[in-house]
Design a protein around this ligand. Structure first.
Ligand SMILES: Nc1ncnc2c1ncn2[C@@H]1O[C@H](COP(=O)(O)OP(=O)(O)OP(=O)(O)O)[C@@H](O)[C@H]1O
Ligand SMILES: Nc1ncnc2c1ncn2[C@@H]1O[C@H](COP(=O)(O)OP(=O)(O)OP(=O)(O)O)[C@@H](O)[C@H]1O
Ligand SMILES: [Mg+2]
Ligand SMILES: [Mg+2]
Lengths: 165, 158, 158, 165
């Protein structure tokens, strides 16, 4: 399974529709402080089902919707889509390419899609459950969060191991 | 199931010791069960001793040493259960030049089978990348991207 | 005494806004009382808006932006009540090149009246120093010092 | 008031008697990870009266005594001395140069000295109380601790202001 692309629209500082296409190997994300690099990482966590606003540095989930700037008004919706190639059949679904989409409106309503078919968050979680992209997302180390592995409780480290089992 | 946890624990422990030795030449480390008499509920503790030093609690380690121990633990798990991709956000910020080089060697180990997104301000980390995304924000408070394959770009200012 | 606290609060607030603007061109910030109706017990909150952005909670700021806000607050206090010396341990680790330069300008402001010890891995921060202490640890696990005045040393590897 | 010198003996990784002499202006402390740079900062906090082991990254105060290494046995005592010039009379004491010394033995016993006269920790705290070097030590920002100012409670920030009053 490979990442093909990530599309952000109205997610945090990405007010305009923005597409990252992924190559194999190592991709470096660079830029000045506050430009939006960590927001990209937040977008991936969010579209894969992250439910804790705090993990996304937010006070409430609504904080992930573009809040406006000095020059632009706030938007009413945030949307992130992640497209994965599934030619090796890692995901238990009959598509060689799978796009997961998550949308949040200011009303608090959420929409979820797998390949443009509406679904529930639970369907996305089940789809990903065996792929290494599911709950826990141990494969994403957020900024300033590396040391948490050392200061966390022994039980929390056990959970990390069990998810890798 | 206890047996499964014990198997995973031993595999990750083995991997952790290997990665640790590559990051801390002459050093040694291991994972231990916080409650060996209660495997069903036991947590996992980390013991780490950099080369030449005495074994002490993790909190006494330096900032860079703590980063390396945490990276060794994470990469040990990655080797046991690879993920299709990893996102590492400024994880090498506390490392000196020599340890940065060791971190880069770790990245080389997992890049063959997985995609890795690394957010970084460090030139040497950028030089390892196959492709580069530049993120910028202008006065309108909106983030935008510039994509560049590494062959087309000179790494000027971060 | 309330009056004294209010005086200090207003002085530090004024200084905080000035330092913030030097670190965030076009931005604005202020300190506010968490409980304006209960000055005897009120805490102090920080409001910060980088240039061009919308005012949001501090947690949404980036790593580098958080460092700068914390530095602005600290330096505002330093200007109100200078200390004979300061020790800053890798406080600039999250800053990009441009913000590192702004941090260095802050250091220049307080160095006239105080001594500053800066622990750093960054070449540009070292270049600001009047003198340099190199710390090393050999295989015997013992730290040792080498002192060098800046004029005598070339900054090679960190 | 100016820092003149800092002497460490048996403090953390500084097993051997080590003297730092201070110039005016900016002194950079550099070196590899784990070499002992932050331990120098810990030594200054400790000799000025820091009582929280946790602030010194330790589990108990005994952790600041050189614990030995693969090549050397542990020591039985840690000692740090800080010498300040007092020509401007900032410190309420009749000396133009003041040396504060703190010693800790493995037994848990502590000794304190001002200019080689035994005293109590309280005497050192009182001596420093108006100098900006006393409680709170807001003038020392430890590694990884900068962001605490933002995540701390509003009441804690008030205390920082009040100490600067
Ligand atoms: N909902 C939102 N609407 C608009 N802007 C937002 C929103 N959420 C966050 N931001 C902005 O995004 C910026 C932070 O972006 P991010 O954390 O990705 O920066 P970064 O590139 O990682 O920087 P650093 O190098 O300092 O870590 C902040 O300035 C914040 O104001
Ligand atoms: N009581 C002690 N006895 C012997 N060694 C100790 C003691 N306490 C701490 N150390 C050692 O000191 C080292 C940490 O030193 P320090 O934190 O000063 O490093 P540093 O130079 O700041 O590194 P970094 O650049 O990674 O922050 C650790 O390796 C630790 O083992
Ligand atoms: Mg970031
Ligand atoms: Mg350090």
């Amino acid at each position: 399974m490979q990442l093909k692309s990530l599309t952000l629209r109205g997610f945090k500082s990405f007010a305009e529709r923005t597409i990252l296409r992924f190559e194999p190997g190592v991709t470096a994300i660079v830029g000045p402080n506050g430009s939006g690099k960590s927001n990209i990482s937040d977008a991936v966590m969010w579209v894969l089902g992250e439910q804790s606003a705090r993990t996304l540095r937010s006070g409430s989930m609504e904080d992930v919707i573009f809040a406006g700037s000095a020059a632009r008004p706030a938007l009413g919706m945030a949307e992130v889509s992640l497209t994965l190639s599934n030619t090796d059949g890692t995901l238990p679904i009959e598509f060689s390419e799978v796009t997961i989409t998550r949308r949040l409106y200011r009303s608090g309503e959420s929409d979820y899609y797998i390949n443009n078919s509406p679904c529930r968050l639970l369907d996305i979680q089940e789809l990903l459950s065996d792929s290494g992209l599911g709950k826990g997302l141990y494969s994403i180390i957020g900024q300033g969060r590396l040391e948490e592995i050392l200061s966390s409780k022994p039980e929390e480290r056990r959970i990390l191991l069990e998810e890798a089992a | 199931m206890n047996a499964k946890f014990v198997d995973t624990f031993e595999l990750v422990n083995e991997g952790f010791q290997k990665v640790f030795e590559s990051l801390f030449p002459g050093g040694q480390a291991e994972l231990i069960l916080s409650e060996p008499d209660d495997i069903a509920n036991s947590g996992v503790d980390i013991i780490a001793q950099p080369g030449g030093k005495k074994l002490q609690r993790l909190s006494l380690l330096s900032g860079g040493e703590k980063s390396l121990v945490a990276l060794a633990f994470s990469f040990a798990i990655y080797q046991i259960k690879p993920s299709p991709f990893y996102i590492l956000d400024e994880v090498e910020a506390a490392l000196d030049d020599i340890n940065l080089q060791r971190f880069i060697s770790l990245v080389h180990k997992i890049r063959r089978d997985s995609q890795i997104l690394i957010v970084t301000h460090q030139r040497r980390t950028m030089e390892v990348a196959d492709s580069l995304y530049g993120v910028s924000m202008q006065a309108d408070g909106v983030s935008r991207l510039i994509s560049q394959k590494f062959s087309e770009v000179t790494v000027g200012t971060a």
